[in-house]
Design a protein around this ligand. Structure first.
Ligand SMILES: Nc1nc2c(ncn2[C@@H]2O[C@H](COP(=O)(O)OP(=O)(O)O)[C@@H](O)[C@H]2O)c(=O)[nH]1
Ligand SMILES: [Mg+2]
Length: 311
């Protein structure tokens, strides 16, 4: 039986194998993703973002437990390309979520390597589809809210959680990083620390100022993830948002916003790869040298290259 059939039968090991292929950007992965695509679109996808150290992984771990107690199956994808401590962070995430290791209803994967086909977040997006086809009810993507790439992958989730903590002025920073607008649900974690009320107030004030045209009024929850406090309420808040999305839920998941993002990304990658092929490494170096010594401007260099590819 081939990889795709095994995944559609719910075999985790097959999913793990395909994910490795995705990370290595093999052509086998592309063939499998093509075959899986018609079987995706059923899972409910939750994005979790926020600055490093705010307790996202701890929170995700508790959410998994919550979902399992409701007999839902869960896939978790932890993406962290930015942290200089990535190796350590991922190791920590593994240890943190280790108690789910023996549970066949949970699939956890950390990703840090960038596939050659595209950015890390697009690879992560492929993994969402794999876990979706595997039959997981919920898929949680955890990512540090830094950089457009990371923001894009959680933006296309059904429900996006923005996690912050008291007393870091994080609310303001979050706005700067452009993640405030993408939150459907806000979490003030580490509410055992001083200033939680103040932070909640700040976020609520900011939400009042921002006008959303979706009709959804983002809610703010307080949690102490390390003590599993407030997690059940947060889970209910997520379900509330799912209810709000209602029948729109499936269309949004397979909807235009996400499809456009995926298509554009793939097109960019493939076209750039084709152009690079045509240039050859030597040709590329020559062209770069010419730009560097002002023999040709970068715009004309790109136009010249596109002409070579026939565009
Ligand atoms: N005091 C306190 N510490 C927490 C809480 N949640 C998580 N932590 C701790 O914060 C640290 C970072 O947590 P982690 O989940 O790795 O954060 P992430 O980088 O956002 O994924 C860990 O040492 C956690 O044990 C909380 O609610 N209160
Ligand atoms: Mg983490």
């Amino acid at each position: 039986m081939n990889l795709v059939e095994c995944i559609l039968r719910g075999e985790s090991r097959a999913a793990a194998r395909l994910i490795s292929l995705i990370e290595n950007a093999g052509s086998e992965a592309v063939a499998a993703m093509k075959a899986l695509y018609p079987h995706t679109g059923r899972a409910y996808v939750i994005g979790v973002t926020g600055p490093p150290g705010t307790g996202k992984s701890t929170l995700v771990d508790q959410m998994v437990t919550q979902m399992r107690s409701m007999e839902k199956t869960v896939g978790v994808i932890a993406v962290d390309p930015t942290s200089p401590f990535t190796g350590g962070a991922i190791l920590a995430d593994r240890i943190r979520m280790q108690r789910h290791n023996t549970d066949a209803g949970v699939f956890i994967r950390s990703m840090a390597t960038r596939g050659q086909l595209g950015g890390l977040s697009r690879a992560a997006n492929d993994v969402v589809d794999v876990l979706d086809a595997l039959g997981k009810d919920f898929i949680i993507i955890e990512t540090v809210g830094v950089g457009q790439d990371e923001v894009d992958v959680v933006r296309t989730a059904h429900t996006t959680l923005v996690v912050t903590v008291p007393g870091l002025g994080d609310g303001i920073q979050a706005i700067k990083a452009g993640i405030m607008e993408i939150g459907d649900v806000f979490v003030v974690n580490k509410a055992d620390r001083d200033g939680a009320d103040q932070t909640i107030l700040e976020i609520e004030m900011m939400l009042e100022q921002s006008d959303s045209d979706s009709g959804w009024r983002p809610r703010v929850f307080r949690t102490v993830a390390s003590r599993n406090e407030g997690v059940e309420g947060l889970y209910r808040g997520i379900l509330e948002h799912r209810e709000f999305l209602g029948d729109q839920h499936a269309p949004r998941r397979n909807g235009k916003e996400r499809s456009r993002w995926i298509f554009r990304g793939l097109l960019q990658d493939r076209m750039a790869a084709k152009a690079m092929e045509r240039l050859t490494p030597d040709g590329l170096e020559t062209l770069i040298d010419r730009i560097a010594c002002r023999e040709i401007d970068p715009y004309s260099a790109v136009e010249e290259t596109l002409q070579k590819v026939g565009l």
